[in-house]
Design a protein around this ligand. Sequence first.
Ligand code: PLP
Length: 373
Amino acid sequence: MIYLDNAGTTKMFDECVEVHRIFSCQDFYNPSALSAQSMQVSKKISETEKFFLKKLGADVGNVLFTGCATESNNLAIKGSLRNGDWEYVFSEGEHPSVFNVAQKLAQDGHVVHFVPLNSKGEVDLQALEKVLNAKTRLISIMHVSNETGAINDLVAISKLKERLCPRAILHVDGVQGFMKIPFTLRKTGVDLYSFSAHKIHGPKGVAGLYVKNKSALKELYQGGGQQYGLRSGTENVSGIMQFRKAVELIDIDKNFTHTLELKHLLNDILAKCDGVKILDFEASPYIESVIFEGVKGETMLHALNEKGVIVGLGSACSSKKAGNRVLEKIGIAKDEIISSVRISFNAYQTSEEIEEAGKVICQVYRDIKERVS
Ligand code: PLP
């Protein structure tokens, strides 16, 4: 099987399995208890929090460990809500774990602005500038689009915030950027940054939320007061330690270069296949959308699956729903959206695998077109 749906999830590194064993069967103690063994585990979590801060390039702040980035995003947004005459700003390209929260805020009577995307899939900075004002409480804009791979300019967004609404909180959903796109929080004004383990070869069920200023965030539920009272509940120690292991194993720059080569390799093959159009947003090397003229994306997905290639249909969380909100917002025609699939790479794939996938994709497409014409 050649797996090209890595934006949906990734295969966990084998090395994480041993970490899971150690922190589940050996050092399994509750980090909140008072035994010397528990304190050792608690110390490991504190060290790991510092490890993540360093990886994010943050000089100040904390990292909360959550159950998934959906939780991190919900905590960031709902934990930033305040009573009063405030406004909340989101981009139209957000993942459902942000977009649907934003819609709920609007339904609940909050003033919510959705900022459009430009033709490259990035948030339109001029439109963003127009909606920011002294009443802006929260800006939530993703780092890298899970649909198109478009990369938002976090430095430019931070500068707009600083100039137009310095009191606002800037939240970034970094799930498709963290450990994939070389970047550092230090150069930005980001206050909250969400990231997830299973997108970078870590386990499912653990994620993080960087918090620059703890006092600006409110907890979503009450409990034992773990993690500064902001995320009560016994920490997923094994998950956190496996997440760390995955991050330790990743070389961002090397992976970026290799993945870009893989993307170019596949695109060179697909470019020779009549009727195939690549939506190249010159963005993250890890994600792209490909249109197969005259054939439904879903038909391609199933036919490819039978031939040993797995691709995606956009966000796994929304792929069972018709259409694609983000591609629509960028202005891609309806018939092209219906014919699109999302291809997403991981840095551990070989050129041979990608060449093979390219050949299979072209063959499958030609076969289907022959049948339908
Ligand atoms: N944000 C983005 C950009 C994503 O791609 C995803 C997963 O597809 C999520 C959030 C949700 O992540 P999780 O599966 O950890 O809840």
